[in-house]
Design a protein around this ligand. Structure first.
Ligand code: TLP
Length: 345
């Protein structure tokens, strides 16, 4: 069979030879002692990209979000977040299990935002009976909302409600550079009024591993202790940080290619009666299945060498990334059309 086209996630992207070369030659030291110059360089770089004072290198986006929740809150507090957010949907309830906070989910709108009046109404003052809300979590781009880039007006409405209530804001910016490319603004503008922001190196940026949590220096120092608490202190990890530095230098400018490829993929799928795809703003295509069963489609795709994941009872997700070319998209569409049995509409 011809080469598999893996659209399950941008996390499947592999480090390039040039990135591996940068990793192999990285200067390293024991980062728990603060001795790794490459990690320090990456943390400075990340903070400056996000317009924050400091940053912390962590193994995963999940750990970055967990540390943000642990560091912004005290056990027994409440956090307000989207019902479709990664923190609520996909992090095994770490906020509740490890940070010991209540999670108060509110409906995510299709554009990934939440209604700011609903957020204001949900936020509670601590009293004898009620926990206090101390953190609002926002996600941009929004994964389950089809990679939507939250408009700045929506970000600003949410951060101003939180500021009025003296509630901190954490932005899960796992794919913030995709949002920045789609909105045509610097990532720092998106994160401007958020107290902390995390982003991932291991998705659209093509690194094998790693995320950064960014925020004020005292917050990052407390997060560093929490990272040690959950076992995330790493040693000669400059080898991984070097991949991050390489990606920030070389892989940001090309994200709009992934977005164009996602649009082409969605346009092709839209011609087949069985599928109703979103209008992707970034690199995530979500497809509502109109005919047949999702599981059957996923295995039929797989037999043709096209990999996708289930993303709801009758919804599939396909993600473009730096190992997917426009030719791969065309090949994937041809393979899908060959099994669709559907007449173009
Ligand atoms: N998302 C993964 C899966 O977990 C769903 C994916 O394939 O998209 N925030 C957001 C918005 C994410 O999409 C993800 C990963 C994370 C956080 C967690 O990052 P990792 O996988 O590094 O823990």
């Amino acid at each position: 069979m011809s080469a598999v086209i893996d659209l399950r996630s941008d996390t499947v992207s592999k480090p390039s030879d040039a990135m591996r070369q940068a990793m192999a030659t990285a200067e390293v030291g024991d980062d728990v002692f603060g001795d790794d110059p490459t990690v320090r360089a990456l943390e400075l770089r990340a903070a400056s990209f996000m317009g924050k004072e400091a940053a912390l290198f962590v193994p995963s986006g999940t750990m970055a979000n967990l540390l943000a929740v642990m560091t912004h809150t005290r056990p027994g507090d409440e956090i307000v977040l989207g019902d479709q957010s990664h923190i609520f949907q996909y992090e095994l309830g770490g906020a509740a299990r490890i940070a010991n906070v209540l999670t108060h989910p509110l409906k995510n709108n299709d554009d990934g935002s939440m209604d700011s009046d609903a957020v204001a109404a949900a936020m509670r003052q601590e009293n004898l009976h009620s926990p206090g809300s101390t953190l609002l979590c926002v996600e941009n781009t929004h994964n389950r909302c089809g990679g939507a880039a939250l408009p700045l007006t929506a970000m600003d409405a949410l951060t101003s409600v939180a500021r009025e209530r003296k509630v901190a804001v954490h932005l899960d910016g796992a794919r913030i550079f995709n949002a920045a490319a789609a909105l045509d603004v610097p990532a720092a503008r998106i994160a401007r009024d958020c107290d902390s922001v995390s982003f991932c190196l291991s998705k659209g940026l093509g690194c094998p591993v790693g995320s950064l949590l960014c925020g004020p220096a005292p917050f990052i120092e407390r997060a560093r202790r929490n990272r040690k608490l959950v076992g995330g202190g790493m040693r000669q990890v400059g080898i991984l940080a070097a991949a991050g530095l390489y990606a920030l230098d070389h892989n940001l400018g090309r994200l709009s290619e992934d977005h164009a490829n996602a649009r082409a993929l969605a346009a092709g799928l839209r011609k087949l009666a069985a599928f109703r795809p979103n209008d992707p703003e970034t690199n995530i295509v979500v497809v509502d299945i109109q005919q047949g069963r999702l599981a059957d489609w996923i295995s039929a795709f797989e037999q043709q060498g096209v990999l996708a994941v289930a993303f709801g009872p009758q919804r599939m997700r396909l993600v473009t990334h730096l190992n997917i070319t426009r030719d791969d998209v065309d090949r994937a569409l041809a393979r899908i059309a060959s099994i669709a049995g559907a007449v173009p509409i």
